[in-house]
Design a protein around this ligand. Structure first.
Ligand code: EPU
Length: 453
């Protein structure tokens, strides 16, 4: 008989070790995953591709969708709130739909229409979200914080997300332990419970690295812990700030958002608010790289205008290094590389956030990009206006890499086919349609199932 081993996370050694404690059992009734997560061929993304004809000049206006990473964290945050949260500007992308499935697998009612989403958590009947869904997206793992804070326990599968590096969860675990949680790893799932059986307790925690997901998870957990929590060296990304605003609108007391220290006074209960997600800065920047200009921005809306001429013309021969906010965003690294390929001069792009985020380089090279990679640094020999780029078939292997292929394909001569579009659809709402409305020549292929005779 095969016996599963329980592992215990040791905060000193930062490793999981065999645990001799009696296995912890969730006291909250579990959801029947067989009903919720039945593999279905209907849910598989169709094998489609994009066909781009390069050389179009862009002009016109588009609106930017709501921020993916803000929406994922705030959808997780609704689990802190009793009753109904009303969210506006949630992007209609496959990652948010996966997040809806995660919430629904807990017994939450989710209704979504045209970016308006209501989330009613009063029917929660489980602290274990569907593991298959959690493994699809990094944001799915963030639910561990609110579940633990509100119900005193959580069982959450190890997260998935884009394949861009090792992406450990040690900071989440050590942070939750600092708030009084006991955390074990069992059968590929993190099992956590409040040590006093009921509630987390406020504490002090210093993050070794300002991780976005760990900051968000701990912020949600601390919002409902007993007492005051201080989190030091936290992430300062706008999406983290948006989550703090959401929690404060729910009745939480988060102070210091946007700085490197958060002080959070725990509350017994939070109530679902009405809240509008910020626009997606990465989508806006991607369109800027395609030659558009941000013309109007308020807290909740962002409009982009493509003007005749080329606003990115003067960008050449630069050295870009990614880093935590306010440094250059890693999520824009593949796109800036595609842009620099089409500009005169030699440029250097260094990736310092993730250890495996250069996968798009091989595909950009297929389009004629003159790029050499050494470790996490890319050396780019620019070619004015992409004159030496030529269309061919390439494959998106992750979200932002796929966006870079669209940019390069639009600058290349001839026809480019991009496979693996499901990766792009994870994070951009109707990107191909938005670009077409600005004058790009992009068509989407959908393969229909072949009928057997
Ligand atoms: N890290 C650790 N230990 C941890 C957590 C993170 O060592 O416990 C390390 C990671 O290995 C990585 C670095 O910290 O080297 C940064 O990771 P971070 O935790 O900040 O990233 P994340 O929360 O997993 C979010 C976004 C990413 C975005 C990064 C950085 C979501 C759902 N994802 O990921 O978005 O790149 O922050 O800004 O919010 C994307 O949208 O394409 C995307 C990947």
């Amino acid at each position: 008989m095969c016996e599963s081993m329980t592992l215990f996370f040791n905060a000193q050694s930062h490793h999981f070790e065999p645990n001799l404690r009696k296995p912890f059992l969730c006291s909250v009734k579990r959801t029947h995953f067989s009903q919720l997560c039945q593999p279905s061929t209907e849910n598989l993304p169709p094998d489609h591709g994009l066909i781009l004809v390069g050389g179009s000049k862009l002009s016109g206006h588009v609106n930017i969708s709501g921020s993916k990473n803000s929406a994922l964290a705030i959808l997780a945050g609704t689990l802190c709130c009793s009753k109904t949260s009303k969210l506006h500007n949630i992007p209609d992308i496959s990652d948010t739909r996966e997040m809806f499935s995660i919430l629904q697998s807990l017994g939450v009612r989710v209704e979504a229409s045209n970016g308006e989403v209501t989330v009613d958590t009063d029917g929660i009947r489980s602290v274990e979200p569907c593991p298959e869904s959690v493994r699809q997206t990094r944001g799915g793992f963030f639910v561990v914080g609110p579940l633990l804070a509100r119900f005193g326990e959580a069982v959450v599968a190890l997260p998935g997300g884009c394949d861009i590096g090792t992406r450990p969860i040690d900071l989440y675990i050590r942070g939750l332990q600092a708030l009084g949680a006991v955390v074990e790893l069992r059968d590929g799932k993190v099992c956590a419970f409040a040590v006093n059986g009921k509630r987390l307790v406020g504490g002090k925690f210093h993050l070794d690295y300002p991780s976005v997901g760990a900051t968000e998870t701990l912020m949600m957990a601390a919002s409902m812990a007993d007492g005051v929590t201080t989190l030091c060296n936290v992430a300062q990304e706008p999406e983290v700030v948006d989550l703090a605003w959401f929690l404060n609108k729910s009745g939480a007391c988060v102070e210091g958002e946007g700085s490197d220290t958060l002080v959070i006074k725990g509350r017994n209960q939070l109530h679902g608010p009405e809240f509008t997600i910020i626009p997606d800065r990465i989508e806006a920047d991607k369109l800027s790289a395609a030659g558009c200009k941000i013309i109007e921005t308020t807290q909740n809306t962002l409009e982009i205008s493509a003007l005749p001429g080329d606003i990115a013309r003067d960008i050449r021969g630069v050295h870009v290094k990614t880093g935590p906010f306010p440094q250059f965003p890693t999520d824009l690294q593949p796109q800036i590389m595609a842009l620099l390929m089409t500009r005169n001069g030699s440029s250097i792009v260094e990736e310092s956030v993730f250890d495996k985020r250069m996968g798009h380089v091989r595909e950009l090279q297929k389009l004629g990009g003159r790029i050499q990679v050494c470790g996490n640094t890319a050396f780019i020999k620019g070619q004015d206006h992409g004159s030496a780029l030529y269309g061919t078939t390439v494959c998106a292997t992750n979200l932002r890499g796929g966006a870079a292929l669209i940019l390069a394909g639009m600058a290349a001569e001839g026809i480019t086919k991009i496979d693996g579009v499901a990766h792009i659809d994870r994070g951009y709402q109707n990107l191909d349609m938005k670009l077409c409305s600005l004058g790009a020549n992009i068509r989407r292929l959908i393969s229909l199932p072949v009928c057997q005779a």
